[in-house]
Design a protein around this ligand. Structure first.
Ligand code: ARG
Length: 456
């Protein structure tokens, strides 16, 4: 049954029906559709736009439909045009004429905008919960590996010492910002478009603040044209999800590198890796690779909604029906990525010895050698140059700053004395980096504590 057959003399062609239909996608919002309709009917009753008796019949009917869909007693009819048509049709089937009064002072344009907002708020919270889980795992790791020295990199070249705990907490910071972005996006999503109607409001004495309040919104969309046309909240969530996907993808890339034979910094648990059908020695980081790959899909979803919206005039246009497939896909993808990534992270083995060996071999204490000369009164630029010469000499002699004899040091500068060995000691190099946010062990433990406090 169509909601709009009045002015038509012919049935729509099957091709038109199939092409037009969105039930396959919007059936996912049945709960929100019913929730919105209950609020609308309640308001219509309070305002005397429909009788209290009809309002009650509608509300009870809708509650029963919801319970029946939830329990599986009622199946959503996939031949309906959309979820709004289905619920209204089912309601009228059950309660008769009163059901036909539900759509007074409402259009599917404000209805769908409302359903999407309600649904995205719920999904926003579900993603946030997963972010809390990953942050909590990272905070635990931050604490556990606060003293596990490893090389930090720039240009993927060993640069300066950090700790594995410090590294994990860097990702915790990214996910904390993702949470802030989601919370901010949620504020703007929680505005009610209900009552904007088709585009130009209504002549009925509706109470939009009442429906907004009943639905738990922070307020209403203040312009009826904007209320039905705005999909910024979809764009915003999609862009928040893209940023989460960037973070997960970078993290995945590190994990893929770290479990390679070249690094051997970590080993993934057998339960969270896969084998090769031909190469018996292989243990592949498939989850991390898929997460890295799926980021592309989430960005694609973001590009879809931007492109759908960029050229359409106010107010509602059918193009906007395309908003749902992409945002639902982005949500499901990011949720699936986080769900697989978290246990993979939790169960991986950290190979502290290999990290330490890598830290010892890459002259990551060269800055500390230069800083040692600076502490003797030498300008940094000169100290930098002398240290560069020492590093080149060590490379030629196949030795390290820790092992170079003092008389060799002295050939580069008379300022060197026994103190150089504690200055270039790896632990000390790390422990001394006490600047705010740096990798000194105590600093890292404090960072972990701060993160834990933030997620409660
Ligand atoms: N399925 C439509 C959508 O998702 C619902 C709104 C239909 N409105 C209309 N004027 N045809 O956008």
């Amino acid at each position: 049954m169509k909601l709009w057959t009045g002015r038509f003399s012919k049935e729509a062609d099957k091709i038109t029906n199939d092409f037009n239909s969105s039930i396959g996608t919007d059936k996912r919002m049945y709960r929100e559709d019913i929730q919105g309709s209950i609020a609308h009917a309640t308001m219509l009753g309070i305002q005397g736009i429909i009788s209290q008796d009809d309002a009650e019949k509608i509300i009870n009917g809708l509650k029963e439909i919801l319970a029946d869909i939830d329990s599986g007693r009622l199946e959503i009819d996939m031949s309906a045009e959309d979820i709004h048509t289905f619920t209204e049709g089912e309601l009228t089937k059950r309660i008769g004429d009163a059901g036909k009064r539900l759509h007074t002072a409402r259009s599917r344009n404000d209805q769908v905008a409302l359903d999407v907002r309600l649904h995205l708020i719920k999904e926003n919270e579900a993603v946030d919960e997963l972010l809390c889980s990953i942050i909590s795992v990272l905070a635990d790791m931050g604490e556990k590996y606060a003293e596990t020295v490893m090389p930090g990199y720039t240009h993927l070249q060993r640069a300066q010492p950090v700790t594995f705990g410090h590294y994990m907490l860097a990702y915790a910071e990214m996910f904390l910002r993702d949470r802030e972005r989601l919370a901010d996006c949620k504020k703007r999503t929680a505005r009610s478009p209900l009552g904007c109607c088709a585009l130009a409001g209504t002549t009925y004495n509706t109470d939009r603040n009442k429906t907004a309040e009943l639905l738990g919104f922070e307020g209403v969309c203040h312009n009826s044209l904007d209320g039905v046309s705005d999909r910024d909240f979809v764009i915003e969530l999609s862009s928040c999800l893209s940023t989460i996907a960037v973070h997960l993808s970078r993290f995945s890339e590190e994990i893929i590198l770290w479990c390679s034979h070249e690094f051997r910094f970590i080993e993934l648990d057998d339960a969270f890796s896969t084998g090769s059908s031909i190469m018996p020695q292989k243990k592949n980081p498939d989850i991390a690779e898929l997460v890295r790959g799926k980021a592309g899909r989430v960005f694609g979803d973001n590009m879809t909604i931007l492109t759908v919206m960029k050229g359409i005039p106010l107010a509602y246009n059918k193009d906007m029906q395309e908003d749902k497939d992409c945002i639902f896909d982005a949500i499901d993808t990011v949720k699936a990525c986080l769900t697989a990534f978290i246990p993979m992270l939790e169960t991986m083995t950290v190979k502290s010895d290999n990290m330490r060996k890598a830290a010892a071999g890459g002259f990551i204490n060269a800055t500390d050698c230069a800083d040692y000369l600076v502490s003797k009164g030498m300008p940094f630029r000169d100290a930098y140059k002398i240290t560069g010469g020492i590093v080149a000499f060590c490379i030629e002699k196949n030795t390290t700053l820790e092992e170079l004899p003092l008389d060799e040091y002295k050939k580069f500068s008379p300022e060197f004395d026994e103190g150089i060995y504690s200055a270039v000691d790896l632990d000390r190099c790390t422990v001394n980096r006490t600047s705010l946010g740096g990798p000194a062990f105590e600093n890292v433990k404090a960072q972990a504590k701060r993160v834990k406090a933030l997620i409660g």
